[in-house]
Each structure stands twice: as structure tokens, then as C-alpha cells.
Design a protein around this ligand. Sequence first.
Ligand code: SAM
Length: 228
Amino acid sequence: MRGVLQVATAYDAFVGAFDLAGLGALRRRLVGGLGGDILEIGVGTGLNLRHYGPQARVAGIEPEAALLRAALPRARARGYTLARAAAQALPFPDGSFDVVVSAIVFCSIPTPLLRAALDEIRRVLRPGGRLIQLEHTRTGHPLLDLPIDAFAPFWLRLSGGCHINRDTPALLAAAGWRVERHERRAFGLYRLLASSPERPPTVEVARRIHALADEHAPLAEERVAAIT
Ligand SMILES: C[S@@+](CC[C@H](N)C(=O)[O-])C[C@H]1O[C@@H](n2cnc3c(N)ncnc32)[C@H](O)[C@@H]1O
């Protein structure tokens, strides 16, 4: 499913406006102090890359060719490497990274692939490694979530796959991750999360991930895939 967020110039204009309005500061808080071997999943056009500090050795992956093309010069300028790949099939050996970063990515991973993506992140992390996230999520406030839920099906199609109302902290907990840091920003529209894998995934966990992720996902084909 393709939409406006898969067009690099449209993406930069749209998300760049959010960056100026405060998202940029959250990005800096997310990655500014990180060091070591870092994998950023879903780098998009690379808007997050400028916020890493000098201690960070960054590799990134992005499945969309057009976005990856826009990100490449931004990565090269900093000595970072990028590859075309998706979170559910990471082209790296086990235990390659100290940190995996996702910046507004878990809203966009298709529901049937969430479990595989979390399993892959777990696989490429070293013991003691963490998943660090900045995600936009449902808020938990009915007055805010009601209009967000109403807008979600329209945005899912226009954006090309962004689930604006996903409950990412609940997904992590259901998948056996321990959420160690959880900062709510902008009334809970954004969350800064730091998590580590707690226990190995099971079939039951996979069912719960799909049930949770699917609760607000209106795409019929995703619902079918999630329960088969
Ligand atoms: C809203 S954009 C965020 C891009 C970038 N991280 C940023 O902060 O601007 C969501 C990104 O997730 C990527 N994405 C979607 N499905 C993915 C998957 N299965 N694995 C990795 N990235 C994925 C999209 O291609 C897109 O680049």
C-alpha cells in the first residue's frame, strides 16, 4: 500500500514541519546521548540521523527504495551505512548491536509482521541491549482517542500504512519486552520508550500481539493474516 509518506519530498515537507514544531527536540532526546553500535530501523529519508552524537556508530535499514535514496547522502555525510531491508528480516548476524532505534516506525510496520520484527530486533541485540523508541501512539484519553480512532482509517490509506492509533507500549509488553523507560509527551500522542527483551516469544504472545495491534486496524487483509 503506497501513500503520501512514501514520496520523499512530501515526507520531508510534512514530517519536517512536525520536527520544527517539537518532534526534532524529541529526536535529539531519543538518540543524542547514544554510543556504541546502533541499528536504526525504518530510517525513512534520514531525518533522525543528524541527531546522533559523536559516540554513535550507526547502521540503518529502510524498505522503501525512494525514501532510502533520499537518506543515503545524509548517512554518507556522517559515515553511516544504510541497507534496503525490513525489520522482520534484518541482514545482520545475531548480537550485532548495543541499541536498536525506531523513530515513528512501529506505527508503520504491517500488523502481521510485528512479531517477526520484534523477534529480529531481539536477535540482533547483544545481551543487555535495548530497543529505544520515539513513537506516536493512542493516548489513553478517550476525548483524544475518539477523534484519532475516527481519523485512523482515512490516514491509514492516505499515508500508505501508518496506524496513527497503535498502542505500542502494550504491544511491547504483550511480546515479552520490559519497558524500562516510558515518557509520555504531547498528552501521550508521543512516547519515548526504552525496552529490553524479557522472555522468549511464544505462540500465545504472537496471538496477543496481533489481537492488540489489530484492534484499531481497519484493513481486512491484515485482520485475516493476523488470525491465521
Ligand atoms: C513515519 S516513517 C518514519 C521515518 C523515519 N524513521 C523518521 O523518523 O522520519 C515510517 C518508516 O517506517 C518504514 N517501515 C515500514 N514498514 C517497515 C518494516 N517492516 N521494517 C522497517 N521499516 C518499515 C517506512 O518505510 C518508513 O520509512
